[in-house]
Design a protein around this ligand. Structure first.
Ligand code: ZN
Ligand code: ZN
Ligand code: ZN
Length: 211
């Protein structure tokens, strides 16, 4: 492509004058610190989360091996079904109709971590030995599934507290305490994803139990 073609082809008000940007490539760019790998992958998980369609917590997850992304997932109803946000999940749409702590088994929303595992399964990608980055501490169901898929490390952004902390701790022990890590990055959309900004995320609002 000649310079003339390039100048003719780029005039998009959404991105500004890209010809000038192209010309600026010859100039030295300001030195910006590169994000470390944890921050890099967690920010990608946050971008994945933006597609979540559940009316409960919104979550994004990324499966990484040797610093390469193998799979991603966000939570919502199964594909080719009505989105949760459009009333596709009766449990999510009528949470008040279910007794506290009950009926989660009829929630048809697939969790972000599950979707990441299932996308890998769909395309035949092995996840043994991988690291998962997820924007919300995994629920009991997802954590046990990650263990059974032999995911070796789980990094999460938003924590929550469980009434069954001892049971959860047993799963963490199985994973290995050092392999269950919180990775903190800025989360400006936390209110959208988690509900009340700054409020602690509790198991009641989470996962198989929360969504
Ligand atoms: Zn839902
Ligand atoms: Zn649901
Ligand atoms: Zn889950």
């Amino acid at each position: 492509m000649s310079d003339t073609d390039r100048r003719d082809s780029v005039s998009d008000p959404r991105v500004g004058d890209t010809v000038d940007a192209f010309d600026a490539f010859d100039e030295a760019l300001p030195a910006e610190p590169r994000p470390d790998p944890d921050a890099y992958f967690m920010r990608i998980a946050l971008a994945v989360r933006s597609r979540a369609s559940c009316t409960g917590r919104r979550v994004g997850a990324v499966i990484v091996r040797e610093s390469r992304i193998l799979s991603t997932g966000y939570n919502g109803t199964p594909s080719k079904m009505r989105n949760c946000a459009d009333g596709g999940c009766h449990r999510c749409a009528h949470a008040e109709a279910y007794p506290s702590g009950e009926g989660y088994d009829v929630c048809i929303c697939v969790h972000a971590e599950q979707n990441a595992l299932l996308a890998a399964a769909r395309f035949g990608v092995a996840v043994a030995g991988c690291t998962m980055y997820t924007t919300l501490q995994p629920c009991f169901g997802c954590l046990k599934e990650l263990l059974q898929a032999d995911v070796r490390e789980v990094c999460y952004l938003q924590p929550w507290a469980s009434r069954f902390a001892d049971v959860y701790a047993g799963l963490i022990d199985r994973l290995g305490v050092p392999n269950f890590r919180r990775v903190i990055v800025d989360d400006p959309d936390a209110r959208w994803a988690l509900g009340r900004a700054g409020a602690p995320v509790t198991e009641r609002g989470l996962g198989h139990e929360i969504l």
